[in-house]
Design a protein around this ligand. Sequence first.
Ligand code: F6P
Length: 532
Amino acid sequence: MWDKLAERAEEVADRPLLDLMGPERARDFSVEALGMLFDYAKTNIDNSTRDMLLGMAEAAELPARRDAMFAGRKINETEGRAVLHTALRNLDGHPVTVDGQDVMPEVLDTLARMEEFAQSVRDGGFAGQGGAIMDVVNIGIGGSDLGPAMAYQALGPYADGPRCHFVSNVDGAHVHDILAPLDPATTLVIVASKTFTTIETMTNAETAKAWMAEKVPDPAAQFAALSTAADRTAAFGIDEARVFGFADWVGGRYSMWGPIGLSLMIAVGPADFRAVLKGAAEMDDHFRTADPLRNMPVMLALVGIWHNQGCGYATRAVLPYEQRLARLPAYLQQLEMESNGKRVDMEGADLPTHSGPVVWGEPGTNGQHAFYQLIHQGTRVVPCEFMVGREGHEPELAHQHRLLIANCVAQAEALLRGRSFEEARASVADAFDGAELDRQARHRVFPGNRPSTMLVYDRLTPRVLGQIVALYEHRVFVEGAILGINSFDQWGVELGKELAKALDPVLSGKAGVEGKDASTARLVGWIRRDPD
Ligand code: F6P
């Protein structure tokens, strides 16, 4: 099946995408759902390729796999866990069972406790030892950081609570620079860690506790914890009234919908947080019920499979024309690369094709003035995923938003169309002639024929944000299902963690470099300033 897909990609590789653009194509090769439009007409997918891709989804028994996830079956087989982040946004509370037990009462109870706490932080019912909470510091990393940090920035216009700050890196500069301007007496520190063992988070949490202890008599009273490990949060000294737990079936990178979203909830308020959940639940329903051809996550995934495993494009750029989505590419990096960066299938057999792509990006228009040069004229093709809202939140700056949209649409058009040698020549014919004209023209040629997709939404409201993030979650699920991999474990992060733990005493001089390769040993010696 993978060979056939690659063969198909090779067969059609050189045809002009513009030749595919019949009058019906824009409608036929797009999906409208939940007030959003996903356009994939500017790709090299035609009817027969699309049928092939849909056939792959069918062969992977996608509906059955999807239903198994929603039903709480233990599809994360290497960890023996269900995958139920969707239960966190199941606001109507219809039963979802794991091991024969309905998980919804506990989910809804935790949500209600979070809401009560968030509201009391917002209205001063819960105060610091120096007065109302003015600043919230979320200490977490990976999934315990990227989701709330991304969403907090995305929902800036809705943030009317205390300011939120996010500390993730074990680099002391991060925690130092975030804490330095804050007043410990009016700061709430949230330690967000599913396991409550992650070295970066626990180290930063201890640093924050010491910082708090310098100024307030009872530092632990201004700490809250978000974790599955109640014993460890208690050992850290955090009162269980401020511990918000969740089950092991919430993967770190899928966790912003539950307790890990507490900082966001404090910032925007419980109602707007619920709107985020509602949007995600709408996307869940759409994913569960829409036909594959009209199913946005399915089609987004099939385009991804086509570009990565079919055409062999190793990366994809996510390009939100929305400054407030500046952290979305980083969020998606974890979501997609930790989920689908796997080299073996469910059975442990080598994958017969490539794992998921490298995901990267920056908001437009900034990226245009940095790396788009390579996207337009470099020798490698980078499929681009554009996204833009019809409206911004600043009506007084509507002209700027129009310019933003114009740039977004123009970039997709430029990638498609390109600029021929003749056109390039004509554009500089006034300035040069003869051989110099040809030489100058060659530098100005755009090959075009470069694929892109575009997602258009109305406005980046809490609900739309929920829809977009859930869209990408399900996209990752579909790609993983077609690859036959486990998208829900992350063993690839372990080795580096183990080696770092072992290197700490080596760096402090308590242990030697025996057993290390020559390069590592010399690096450590050089850093330790050992005599050569
Ligand atoms: O090391 C990777 C990872 O386990 C991620 O999957 C996770 O989001 C992150 O670390 C943080 O983990 P925790 O929430 O347990 O601190």
